[in-house]
Design a protein around this ligand. Structure first.
Ligand code: GLP
Length: 245
């Protein structure tokens, strides 16, 4: 696992945005695994800028997203489909048909079935990840066991509280989501996880400061992957006690 420390959150966006852009420059028909949340916003802003500068062409790129809330329509402002459209897809030349965000409405078992079919025929070149305060990746929450394939997940109380900032009130946060499983994430060729801010200290400490693989911090499973880059800012690195060699 490679750990990169940037000066600030903005530089995380530039560093990781350029990783994704480079992936597409080298492989114009690459498949990008994408994430939502506050953390990737700078990454997507960088990708849009690179596109506007004429440095990258997304016309042959495919994308698949990690997860979606159950119960939100694609045009709901807090749905992850809406997030992806407004933060990235509407501003670059990717055909919308090339982008997949799992359906959040309909029978959950059908949403899962369709997501699994998409993942079965998808090879992700690089997977972008954020991390939850409790160490979740996608919506794989800590628990007695972790799930391998796409599934419906009940959100942890701390996740509902953390994500309430995007909604009018906590009661409006969906309690269930459809998520890639740990195995789906681990099958990506390369993984890049980004984090900043004091709320991620415990999760990042477990990921980069110990050798443990622990279901209580699902991100720690990434230690089994051959090509993971963790990008954090200096403030977070100091809080977890990480020093560069
Ligand atoms: C949500 C998403 C995760 C994301 C996490 C952290 O729960 N399902 O994929 O990593 O939020 O989000 P943020 O970057 O806003 O802290």
């Amino acid at each position: 696992m490679r750990v990169i420390v940037t000066e600030n959150n903005e530089q995380i966006g530039q560093f990781v945005g350029s990783m994704l852009v480079r992936t597409v420059q080298e492989k114009p028909d690459a498949t990008l695994g994408l994430a939502t949340g506050s953390s990737p916003e700078g990454v997507y802003a960088y990708m849009i800028q690179a596109y506007r500068r004429g440095e990258v062409d997304f016309s042959k790129v495919h994308t698949v997203n990690l997860d979606e809330y159950l119960g939100l329509t694609p045009d709901h402002p807090q749905s992850y489909r809406y997030f992806m459209d407004t933060h990235l897809f509407d501003h670059i030349n990717i055909p919308k048909d090339n982008t997949y965000v799992a359906a959040g409405i309909g029978y959950p078992e059908n949403c899962v079935k369709q997501f699994r079919e998409v993942l079965d025929r998808t090879h992700v070149d690089i997977q972008l990840l954020g991390i939850g305060e409790d160490g979740h990746i996608a919506f794989n929450e800590p628990g007695e066991v972790l799930r391998c394939g796409a599934h419906v997940e009940a959100l942890a109380e701390s996740t509902i509280a953390a994500n309430a900032r995007f909604f009018e009130c906590e009661e409006e946060v969906p309690r269930m989501a459809i998520s890639m499983g740990m195995g789906d994430i681990m099958r990506a060729d390369r993984i890049v996880l980004i984090a900043s801010g004091p709320k991620k200290v415990d999760a990042i400490r477990g990921l980069i400061m110990t050798e443990d693989i622990d279901v209580r911090n699902p991100s720690t499973m990434l230690k089994l992957h051959r090509d993971v880059t963790v990008v954090i800012d200096r403030a977070l690195a100091e809080l977890v006690g990480y020093t560069e060699e």
